[in-house]
Each structure stands twice: as C-alpha cells, then as structure tokens.
Design a protein around this ligand. Structure first.
Ligand code: C2E
Ligand code: CA
Ligand code: CA
Ligand code: CA
Length: 279
C-alpha cells in the first residue's frame, strides 16, 4: 500500500511540476512580450441603441505569443495581475488606445472626431497612485481630449480596492469618464450606485441573454437605478436582434456585442463607414 501511495504521489508530482513549468514559461514569455511588441489592441464598437450610430470603441488586448498564436486575455491578464507587469501593460494600453483614436481623428475628423475609446483598468493599477499620472501622460502624448477617454473598472474592484474611490475622483478631475464594468456580477447593492463616481454602467452579458424571466426584471432595475443616478447604460454581449429589441424596450442607451461587430484590429475598423453586422 505504501508503494502504491508513493507511486500516486510521484505521478501527481510530475503533473504538478509540468503545470508549474508551463506557468513559469508563460510568466517568462509575458515578461518580454511588451518589449518584443507582441501585444495588440482590438476594437469593438459601442452603438447607440436608438440610432445604430457608433459612439465609441472598447480596446481589448490580444497577445500574439510566438509559437502559440493569439492568446485571449483571460489566459494571461490574471497572470500579469500577480505583479506590477499589469501596470506596465496598462500604461501601454492607455498610450496605444489614446494614440490610435488621436490618429484616426486627425485622418478622418468627421468619422472619429466625436467618439470615445474605452480602456480596461485592472484593480492593481487603479490601486497605485501612479495611475493618475499614467492617464495624464497618455492624454498629453496623444493630444486626445480627456472627455474622449473612458476608463472601465469592474464593479468588484470598486468595492475591494480601498484607494479606488480617491483615485477615481482624481481621474474624474482630469475630465475622463468612468464606466462600471461587469455590473451585476459583484455584490454591490443598487443603493451603493449613487456613491460611485461613475458616468456609465455596463450591464454584464450574463443578463443580456434574457434566459430567465428574472433577467428582464433585473435589467429593468439596473437601467432605472443607473438613470436615476444620472448614469448612461451600456449593455454588453448583445448577439441577437431579439436581445437588441428587448434592450431598446428597456431603455438601455447603448449596446455592444457580436451582433454589431467582434473586436477587430485597428486596420479592420478603418474599413467602410457604418456598422458591420456580422451575425
Ligand atoms: P470585458 O472587459 O468584460 O470585455 C468584454 C468581453 O466580451 C471581451 O472578451 C469581448 O470580446 C467579449 N464580447 C464582446 N461581444 C460579445 C458577445 O456578443 N458575446 C460574447 N459572448 N462575448 C462578447 P475578451 O476580449 O476575451 O476580454 C476578456 C476580458 O479580459 C475583458 O472582459 C477584460 O476584463 C479583460 N481585458 C481585455 N483587455 C484588457 C486590457 O487591455 N487590460 C485589462 N486589464 N484587462 C483586459
Ligand atoms: Ca470592459
Ligand atoms: Ca464587461
Ligand atoms: Ca468581463
């Protein structure tokens, strides 16, 4: 019995070691990805519910890991969040996204002059006092007016990070907009909304599928609460025309999802004007 147990431990140890090796390799590869230029941003339009007009784009990071192909953010952002690497990545994303919208605006002011770009900010980065200077620097370098930058912060970060509120107020002073991401997935009571220094509430895609009758009531509630706090509402993950109609009826201001477009590389965004429906 002793030998069998030992054998199991050995096999388990080997599998675990392999996993740890892979994890270490991933961390090492991630550490050089920035300097090697392996990251890219894809852009997904946010569309006004009533008019189909593009109001802005959300920038979503992609990593072209050599030998592995494109990596979705869920596979590496959590790893980057274990160290200050996430702040370095965050600075790069801020510079890249503001620079991109600034270049688009210079080239085609009628098409891009009024729209915003939204950037996802991690909790670790928001917790640092340096976040304010990082945003300021990105705006100064790109020449993009602050009103045209949106910072997306998840609901859980707003609740869990003690310095979040202070830093958000300083960021708002700069003139940028704040959007509460993944709303409905955390533990915020709707009553806490009015104390949050945010301009927009993004309803998480899990509610937008309207799979249960309760989803409709919850979305109705979130829209009303946001509006009564003076916030705009964006619904994310909209995949079907039915969902769009439903969200229109429930007075969500804007929508984002595969129904309109997948996140696309900058060059693909530059195609013919108008919303490309991909479904
Ligand atoms: P998120 O901020 O909630 O972004 C929305 C995610 O939903 C994106 O996944 C987007 O591609 C996906 N999506 C858009 N439309 C639809 C749809 O109609 N249906 C479905 N099922 N999904 C849709 P993605 O690009 O894989 O990003 C995943 C998460 O990674 C993001 O969630 C965000 O939390 C994080 N992330 C992405 N880029 C960055 C970044 O630059 N910095 C940081 N800190 N996090 C990022
Ligand atoms: Ca987001
Ligand atoms: Ca989200
Ligand atoms: Ca999410």
């Amino acid at each position: 019995a002793k030998a069998a147990g030992g054998g199991r431990t050995h096999v388990f140890g080997k599998a675990l070691r392999l996993e740890l090796d892979q994890q270490a390799a991933l961390e090492a590869a991630l550490g050089t990805a920035l300097t090697q230029g392996e990251f890219a941003l894809h852009y997904q339009p946010v569309v006004a519910t009533e008019t189909d007009v593009i109001e802005g784009y959300e920038a979503l990071i992609r990593w072209h890991r050599p030998g592995f192909g494109p990596q979705p953010p869920d596979t590496f952002i959590p790893v980057a969040e274990k160290s200050d690497l996430i702040c370095e990545i965050g600075r790069w994303v801020l510079r890249e996204a503001t620079g991109q919208l600034s270049r688009w605006t210079a080239r085609e002011p009628e098409r891009y002059g009024e729209i915003t770009v939204a950037v996802n900010i991690s909790g670790r980065h928001l917790a640092e006092a340096g976040i304010v200077a990082d945003v300021e620097n990105a705006l100064a370098r790109s020449g993009l007016p602050a009103e045209r930058l949106v910072l997306e912060i998840t609901e859980s970060v707003l609740v869990d990070v003690p310095t979040a509120a202070t830093h958000l107020l300083a960021l708002k002073e700069l003139g940028v907009s704040i959007s509460i991401d993944d709303f409905g997935t955390g533990y915020t009571s709707i009553g806490q909304l009015q104390r949050m220094p945010a301009d927009t509430l993004k309803i998480d895609k899990q509610f937008v599928t309207f799979t249960t009758p309760a989803d409709r009531d919850l979305v109705t509630l979130m829209v009303r609460a946001a509006h009564s706090c003076g916030m705009q509402v964006v619904a994310e993950g909209v995949e079907t025309q039915d969902q769009l109609e439903e969200l229109r009826a429930l007075a969500a201001d804007s929508v984002q999802g595969y129904l309109f477009a997948r996140p696309l590389p900058a060059e693909a965004v530059e195609g013919p004007p108008g919303v490309s429906r991909e479904v």
